[in-house]
Design a protein around this ligand. Sequence first.
Ligand code: ADP
Length: 224
Amino acid sequence: MSRRGPRLVLLGKQGAGKGTQATRLAEHYEVAHLSTGDLFRDAANRGHELGIEAKSFMDRGELVPDETVLGLVEEQLAVGDRARHGFVLDGFPRTRRQAEELRQILDGHPLDLAIDLDVPTEIVLHRIAGRRVCSQCGALYHVDHPPKQNWTCDVCGAKVVQRDDDTEESVMRRLELYEIETLPVIQFYRRAATLVHVDGGLESDEVFKSLVETVTSKFDPAKP
Ligand code: ADP
């Protein structure tokens, strides 16, 4: 049997760097990167019913209903038996119910680690205000670190834009929902002893280094 990769959940406030770090971790460990936000945005761009439904919640900074998110995640984890081979979940679970259901979905293949990427609110507000994203592939940029050519994506060449939900009003609502709905998820993993904290306030390469050190020291590929 081939060695499996880690099964990880990345938690943290909006703008904590989950998207950037999850992409790098998934490449490093050769596992799937599943971002529920990216999956919804992609479905909306393609005009799919699921995406259109999700977009009405996303643009207001509200959470997409649990049923919708859970259906999507279960389907994505079944592709290529990702639930067994490993994954980095980014933006999910975001409610206590999602965390409980994920445990059921993973039946027999428990999470290796839930990582809380800790960043102070002043820093995330600055990061979100300057955040820009590729309209096609979701690659992330910042006004302080733009793409090489005239706001076209370095990866796929499409237009780099500000997200529709990165308005001040939506961001404040998302941060409020983070406190109400997502802090209990952190508690849930603390009790299950799967939680670790990593300082996400440092420079991006430093954060990545400490994430890899943490995962490598705790992950045991021999576990089923
Ligand atoms: P951010 O972390 O900055 O809010 P994401 O791309 O992770 O960005 O999510 C964008 C939006 O997508 C959320 O505000 C929410 O509407 C929706 N969403 C993403 N993941 C979930 C989830 N697990 N549960 C409910 N809604 C979600």
